[in-house]
Write a protein that binds this ligand. Structure first.
Ligand code: FAD
Ligand code: PYC
Length: 416
């Protein structure tokens, strides 16, 4: 049972929000910390929380150039699942999903996890082979995964057009029933509040502009609020990881792309699962407000602009209406974009860099929201111990030298 009772909800609903207590402090930075985290997105905040909770390290600052949760964490379409192909990925995403399942209780903050099931549709022979292979691989790892025939897809999602007459008919689908959606802002706010309560300083409007590096070791960061010393620095700045790596004097195998999404006007409940199609480039779910939350793959060009192109919207709308003809009369309300950092193998980089004491967690591409709890948990271990946990060891930067890539293009689900 959540500590926030129905009475406290009612009291807050009737009170003036000006009197609500702040959920986290707004401290000035101290001269130095044990650990400085760059980026107050979900990953950075979760890392700080688990550093304090699991390792007793609370002399930690999270530095954010804007407002917390204002990056991809507050711009994503909130799909949570763990149905990745390779054992290394399945392990970290499933750890994450397990943490999601207890997160509201752990943070004492309702992150509104809704395990409504996620379909990944197949429209051609390649999709069928890839989807079935992934279902078998997931089952071998103990992850719930099913393969559905077109008739079973129709039974699971009756409003989906499974007619064989459409351009790209539905030939089957993977289904993960434990997958679903969560409330993106609540995840950032919940971790922020819980980290703050354990003594972590969250410092907004504080941009990192450089690193102080002496004899190959990081000593701290230069910021718009002055120099801040640190024994270890964790950089979790999705969308700007390459920019920060350049400041530290090395390059990452990352390309930054816009990824956009949009929502419809709110309507009554009509869609009670998540439907994704990598082949026709569209995915959709319905939010608790009633809006359809819709997206597609990345915009193909590199950019640091937080907006996407109209032609992507046009083609995703074509795909959406073919799969859900009844949506054709809906009005679209608003669209927005984020910047995603994409690695060549569509897997993240979590761990050490060429600079001693400086660690990066980046390259989550289009799929890092679901990973926030697991990634934060493993990255906190890495920062606390100075060596990777088994969960993040395979995702080292070094894999681009050794060739031990973890190709997750199939599971990435919206194309990279
Ligand atoms: P962010 O939330 O972007 O946080 C990084 C922070 O670093 C930002 O707040 C930024 O301001 C800050 N920062 C950058 N540079 C500096 C600096 N120099 N100094 C200080 N701070 C700095 N994933 C899923 O799993 N499911 C989905 O359904 C999904 N849908 C998506 C839809 C869209 C439209 C987008 C854009 C992404 C989607 N993703 C999804 C991906 C997911 O949003 C990201 O992988 C995830 O949010 C990354 O979290 P983060 O904490 O690393 O990054
Ligand atoms: O990773 O499941 C995902 C996803 C869906 C939309 C964007 N990313």
């Amino acid at each position: 049972m959540m500590r926030h009772s129905i009475f406290s909800l009612a009291r807050n609903a009737l009170s003036h929000h000006e009197r609500w207590p702040r959920q986290w402090r707004s401290p000035s930075p101290k001269p130095a910390y044990d650990v400085v985290i760059i980026g107050a997105g979900g990953h950075g905040l979760a890392t700080a929380y688990y550093l304090a909770k699991e390792h007793g390290i609370s002399n930690v600052a999270v530095l954010e150039k804007g407002w917390l949760g204002g990056g991809n964490t507050g711009r994503n379409t909130t799909i949570v699942r763990s149905n990745y192909l390779w054992d290394e990925s399945a392990a970290i995403y499933e750890k994450s999903l397990k943490l999601w399942e207890g997160l509201s209780r752990d943070l004492d903050y309702n992150v509104m996890l809704s395990q409504r099931g996620v379909l990944n549709l197949a429209h051609n022979l390649h999709d069928i082979r890839e989807g079935r292979r992934r279902v078998y691989a997931n089952q071998l790892c103990g992850i719930d995964a099913e393969w559905l025939s077109p008739a079973e897809v129709k039974a699971f999602c009756p409003i989906l057009n499974t007619s064989p007459a459409i351009r790209y008919p539905v030939l089957g689908s993977t289904l993960q029933r434990r997958a679903g959606v969560a409330r993106h802002d609540a995840v950032a706010w919940g971790y922020a509040r819980a980290a703050d309560a354990r003594g972590v300083d969250i410092i907004e409007n504080c941009e990192v502009t450089g690193f102080r590096i002496e004899q190959g070791r990081v000593m701290g960061v230069e910021t718009t609020k002055g120099f801040i010393g640190a024994r270890a620095v964790g950089c979790v700045a999705a969308g700007h990881s390459s920019v920060l790596a350049q400041m530290a004097g090395f390059r990452l195998p990352i390309q930054s792309h816009p990824l956009q999404a949009l929502v419809s006007e709110p309507i009554k409940p009509i869609l009670d699962c998540v439907v994704m199609s990598a082949a026709v480039h569209v995915y959709v779910s319905q939010s608790d407000k009633g809006e359809l939350v819709i997206g597609a793959g990345i915009d193909a060009y590199n950019s640091y602009a937080q907006r996407g192109s109209f032609h992507v919207i046009e083609s995703l709308m074509g795909a959406l209406i073919e799969l859900f003809p009844m949506f054709s009369r809906l009005k679209m309300m608003r669209s927005w974009g984020g910047i995603v950092d994409v690695c060549p193998d569509a897997s993240p980089i979590i761990g050490a860099t060429p600079v001693e004491g400086l660690y990066f967690n980046c390259g989550w591409g289009t799929g890092g929201f679901k990973a926030i709890p697991g990634s934060g948990w493993a990255f906190a271990y890495n920062l606390a111990k100075g060596e990777p946990h088994a969960l993040n060891a395979p995702f080292s930067l070094d894999r681009f030298r050794t060739g031990a890539l973890i190709d997750e293009h199939g599971a990435a689900a919206v194309s990279h």
